[in-house]
Write a protein that binds this ligand. Structure first.
Ligand SMILES: C[S@@+](CC[C@H](N)C(=O)[O-])C[C@H]1O[C@@H](n2cnc3c(N)ncnc32)[C@H](O)[C@@H]1O
Length: 241
């Protein structure tokens, strides 16, 4: 027997067998109609609504965490591209009151207990220092779900998302403590070139992850680097002690 949307289900999600269709007209473009249809028929959207998550994206972090055990009580975490706050919710539930989470987005985010948000472009030169002072100490995890609005031009979109992931990695190197982790959205084909080389040099393990909650027809993928070896400057200072 198959589950129906909105009905009780166990495990990973609900498969919709009553596909909802949206009429054209009402000033909707074809792509808006497709987007709405996809939302209405997406089991993760329904599940997020039922379980009180602000976005379906929450399940991507939940799945990655189930597999790689990134989140732990008491951690300090930076959430880049945090709106509307699904990832922060997932992280806040695990790190608890002894942890600290700071999030940044271009869009304003509704306040959330246990998380400090800042509305700012992460590419603004002041963003890294602002986040660092909000965090108040070395981070255990820098996670980025940032995605620039798609232009539809494949190469441009790829370059923009890799640019965001590279800037996030640069920031991660500055703010992570030894053993810390970096998780960032990239696109199919994965992380290449300088970003991959640098991550392999600075972290003990680097892998690409496609959680089930990431739409199969989307070219989205995540790069996960764990076991940060520490900032080179910090290692020299420690050796000199
Ligand atoms: C897929 S959404 C993030 C969803 C979020 N992880 C959640 O669970 O709710 C991507 C976000 O990245 C943000 N973003 C894109 N470029 C950014 C930038 N340069 N600085 C800050 N945020 C950015 C967008 O505004 C958008 O809200």
């Amino acid at each position: 027997m198959s589950d129906r949307r909105g009905g009780a289900s166990s495990g990973g999600g609900v498969r919709g067998d009553l596909k909802q269709r949206v009429k054209t007209g009402r000033g909707r473009t074809l792509s808006q109609k497709r987007w709405l249809e996809r939302q209405l028929n997406d089991p993760y959207v329904a599940r997020a609504k039922r379980e009180g998550y602000r976005s379906r994206a929450a399940y991507k972090l939940i799945e990655i965490d189930e597999r790689y055990k990134l989140l732990r009580p008491g951690q300090k975490i930076v959430d880049l591209g945090a709106a509307p706050g699904g990832w922060s919710q997932v992280a806040a539930r695990v790190v608890g009151p002894s942890g600290r989470i700071v999030g940044i987005d271009l869009l304003e985010i509704e306040p959330m207990a246990g998380v400090d948000f800042i509305t700012l472009d992460f590419l603004d030169p002041e963003a890294p220092s602002k986040l660092t002072s909000m965090l108040g100490g070395p981070a255990d995890l820098v996670m980025s779900d940032m995605a620039a609005n798609a232009t539809g031009h494949k190469k441009t979109d790829h370059l923009r998302i890799i640019g965001l992931a590279e800037t996030a990695a640069e920031f991660a190197r500055e703010v992570l403590g030894p053993g810390g982790a970096y998780l960032a959205k990239v696109l199919q084909g994965g992380t290449e070139g300088a970003l991959l080389t640098d991550l392999k040099r600075d972290f003990a393990a680097v892998r690409h992850v496609k959680p089930a909650a990431s739409r199969a027809d989307s070219s989205e993928l995540y790069v996960l680097a764990t076991g940060y070896r520490g900032a080179p400057g910090a290692a020299v200072a420690a050796d000199g002690d």
